[in-house]
Design a protein around this ligand. Structure first.
Ligand code: BGC
Length: 746
């Protein structure tokens, strides 16, 4: 491969005088200028055109059999869904036959791992561990880049407060602060210190913007949102990604207040490229430029291309609107060439930064690919991060962790022996790689227990459907066991893109299976596998122990076994509120007080409550148990008043009062008591994850500065206002352990 590269490069330089000139220039900007000057309009438009390879489509594939010729003619700037060095190198070789020899960019949805699959992003978010998330992104980038990929369409930083929306699995949950911390970590993980590192890929903050607020939780649906909600809740993670240097943005399928995001000048030109000074490029979502015709905002492809390029969408993913219309739009003088140049420039800069002009094949090393995809350290890390993502929701009578002396365990349920299900939605299906490396839950438990423990298995039922024929066998197994572990939930394709559900209860007869198992009198630990918060009131109220395992990836089985037996003490906390019923949606902790707040479920005296449902969630944002317990004490707030240039330090002592070493996620919430705009009842402003040995106490310090007290006022100015603030420190958004107060003065 290497000698091939050298030879190629020599021929490349010698046969390409343009590139020789380019190589003489100094800065990337100068190099891009030189390239741009040499390009025809058709070649420029080619750079803005992205096609799918021949498989893995999430939308209608519009590419015809002429793809190779188009690449050879410089009419394609990027491909997505090409997997493996062999294939990417083959396409790149064709690109090198084009007049300008501009390398192709290879993009891929590397959402939660490449070959090594990490927990789905929402699960990982529950670890509240930015370093862990950075690491999983780093490993994904290492594997993907070794496989010829330059660019991941991740992280998805959409705030989501509606679990009916299947793509809630792909983000970091409901909170703008936590979402921003995670956005930064993931961008840094994917991109490394600087674009161009061999082990990194370009990241892409998506979907810009407000895609997660689709009305009714129905994917691709419209979004109707106030500017203030947009700025306060939905934009912060995007801003955090931009500040972290994310190379690209992807716009979204939805319209916002009637204007499709893809043709939205306010979002892309004014906010992103204007106010935020974003210098990377924006790719459309799959076909979203053409879809503006369906939205009813443009008449045809020609108008769609005009709207998108004017609004700041630089690259067209798979709609062909740019390819078929931009030249005409320029010739008709509807689109100034400067707009095209700006879009091309943004893309070329990234190709230079990635080093592709130096060596278009630098990510095409088959040896490195083999090594990276078989790195034994990657599964080890995936196992640790998976364990960190499991949320312990209930643990009656300290049923967990299980003792190693248990004689017989009945492991029951439709997901026990499932293999690929553990990967969740948005895994990467690598050609030629079988599923052997995925550790099923059955295997994980087998790996864990010694010879003295007998494992019994029954499927019990399917995930969906009404068939209860398997119940008798399951009950029979349960009766022979000391403890039952029941693994139930969703199929992995029940959450994800285009996987909205109006009923988010645990499907089929799975909770009925739990009922008959509980009737045996045996203690039951329930594992809930899902891509979203489900509704499972029966399980929540009756099972003795519940672990919300989400979809944990290739090491799911081992990680679950680690937690079941206490080799890892669960520390995760929910990054999203769990409702009791679909009727409560949207439900999130940082709501306003309202003029008639309800404080309990007992009083419906013309207040903001439901007659037939609690106003409280089943599980609150920030909730999650440990095998140990933590006491909070000694809240100290360093000053009673501060001005805008000062800081307050809030310190608190946290003690491990239980029997196991464990980690606690200590959460700081603030409430601005009186504002010119109503302020939420509480907002997460900081958190710390702290490891404590049995009996150990640590003091945690939170620094509160003017930034943490600021919000968007009525004119959308970022300001703080003098007045009283309440400070809350707790183990969840509901479980506030200590409260303090201070005042901001002018
Ligand atoms: C999704 C994007 C994804 C793209 C490419 C679209 O359907 O919305 O998130 O990156 O497909 O696969």
């Amino acid at each position: 491969m290497r000698s091939y590269h050298l030879a190629f490069w020599l021929i490349f330089i010698l046969t390409n005088p343009f590139m020789f000139v380019v190589a003489q220039q100094k800065s990337i900007d100068q190099k891009v200028d030189s390239v741009l000057r040499l390009m025809t309009l058709d070649e420029k438009i080619g750079q803005l055109n992205q096609y799918n390879d021949d498989w893995i489509a999430t939308g209608p594939v519009t590419v015809d059999s002429d793809k190779s010729n188009q690449i050879r003619n410089g009419q394609v700037g990027s491909l997505l869904n090409c997997l493996g060095v062999e294939r990417t190198a083959a396409w790149q070789r064709i690109a090198m036959q084009s007049r300008m020899k501009i390398p192709l960019l290879f993009g891929q949805d590397v959402i939660h791992g490449f070959k090594t699959t990490f927990p789905i992003p929402l699960a990982e978010a529950c670890s509240w561990d930015p370093e862990a998330m950075k690491l999983s992104a780093q490993i994904a980038a290492d594997e993907a880049s070794a496989s010829g990929i330059h660019w991941t369409f991740a992280p998805m930083v959409d705030i989501a407060r509606d679990p009916r929306w299947g793509r809630i699995m792909e983000g970091a949950g409901e909170d703008p602060y936590l979402g921003s911390v995670i956005a930064k970590a993931r961008v840094e993980g994917f991109q490394g210190d600087k674009l161009g590192g061999l082990n990194s890929v370009m990241a892409c903050a998506k979907h810009f913007a407000a895609y997660g607020a689709a009305i009714g939780g129905r994917d691709y649906n419209s979004v109707d949102m106030s500017d203030r909600m947009l700025w306060e809740t939905y934009l912060p993670p995007f801003k955090a990604a931009a500040d972290a240097g994310v190379a690209t943005f992807m716009n979204s399928f939805n319209d916002i207040n009637g204007v499709p995001a893809t043709g939205n000048k306010y979002l892309q030109r004014e906010i992103l490229k204007g106010k935020w000074n974003f210098s990377g490029f924006v790719v459309s979502d799959w076909g979203s430029i053409g879809e503006m015709i369906n939205h009813g905002n443009v008449k045809n492809d020609y108008e769609a291309a005009l709207s998108a390029i004017t609004a700041g969408s630089d690259m067209d993913m798979e709609s062909r609107c740019y390819k078929n219309n931009l030249a005409k739009l320029v010739n008709d003088k509807s689109v100034p060439i400067a707009l095209i140049d700006d879009a091309v420039r943004r893309i070329l800069v990234k190709k230079f930064e990635l080093g592709l002009f130096d060596d278009p094949f630098r990510f095409c090393n088959a040896e490195r690919e083999k090594k990276a995809l078989n790195n034994p350290e990657h599964p080890k890390t995936a196992r640790q991060i998976a364990a960190k993502s499991i949320v312990l929701l209930k643990n009656e009578n300290q049923l967990l962790p299980l003792s190693r002396n248990i004689k017989t365990i009945a492991f029951i349920g439709p997901l026990v022996k499932a293999v690929k299900q553990n990967k969740g939605f948005w895994d990467v299906d690598l050609p030629g790689v079988d599923s052997n490396f995925i550790v099923s839950q059955w295997e994980g438990l087998q790996n864990k227990v010694g010879e003295t423990t007998k494992l019994l298995y029954a499927k019990g039922c399917e995930i969906e459907g009404n068939n209860t024929d398997g119940f008798a066998e399951a009950v029979n197994m349960a009766k022979q066991a000391d403890v039952v572990i029941l693994s139930i939930g969703e199929r992995r394709d029940m959450s994800g893109e285009a996987k909205s559900r109006s009923n988010i209860c645990i499907p089929g007869v799975q909770e009925d299976l739990l009922k008959v198992l509980l009737a045996t009198g045996k203690p039951v630990v329930v594992l809930i596998n899902a891509g979203r918060p489900l509704v499972f009131n029966y399980t929540a109220d009756h099972a003795q122990a519940i672990l919300y395992t989400w979809w944990l990836g290739s090491e799911a089985g081992n990680a679950i076994a680690d937690v079941l037996f206490g080799d890892y003490n669960p520390s995760a906390k929910l990054a999203v509120t769990f409702p009791r019923s679909v009727g409560q949606i949207p439900i999130y902790y940082s709501h306003f007080s309202t003029g008639r707040p309800a404080s309990s479920d007992d009083n419906h005296n013309y207040n903001s409550s439901y007659l037939d449902e609690s106003i409280f969630p089943k599980y609150a944002f920030g909730y999650g148990l440990s095998y140990t317990s933590f006491a909070y004490s000694n809240l100290h707030v360093s000053a009673a008043t501060i001005n805008r240039n000062e800081q307050i330090v809030a310190s608190v002592s946290v003690t491990n009062t239980g029997k196991y070493e464990g980690e606690e996620i200590v959460q700081l919430y603030l409430r601005d008591k009186v504002g010119s705009i109503a302020r939420p009842v509480k907002e997460l402003k900081d958190f710390r994850k702290v490891l404590l040995k049995v009996g150990e106490t640590k003091t945690i310090k939170f620094i509160i500065d003017n930034e943490k007290l600021s919000f968007y006022n009525q004119n959308l100015e970022w300001v703080s206002e003098p007045g009283d603030f309440e400070l809350m420190i707790g183990a969840s958004s509901e479980d506030i352990r200590l409260k303090g107060a201070f005042q901001l003065v002018d």
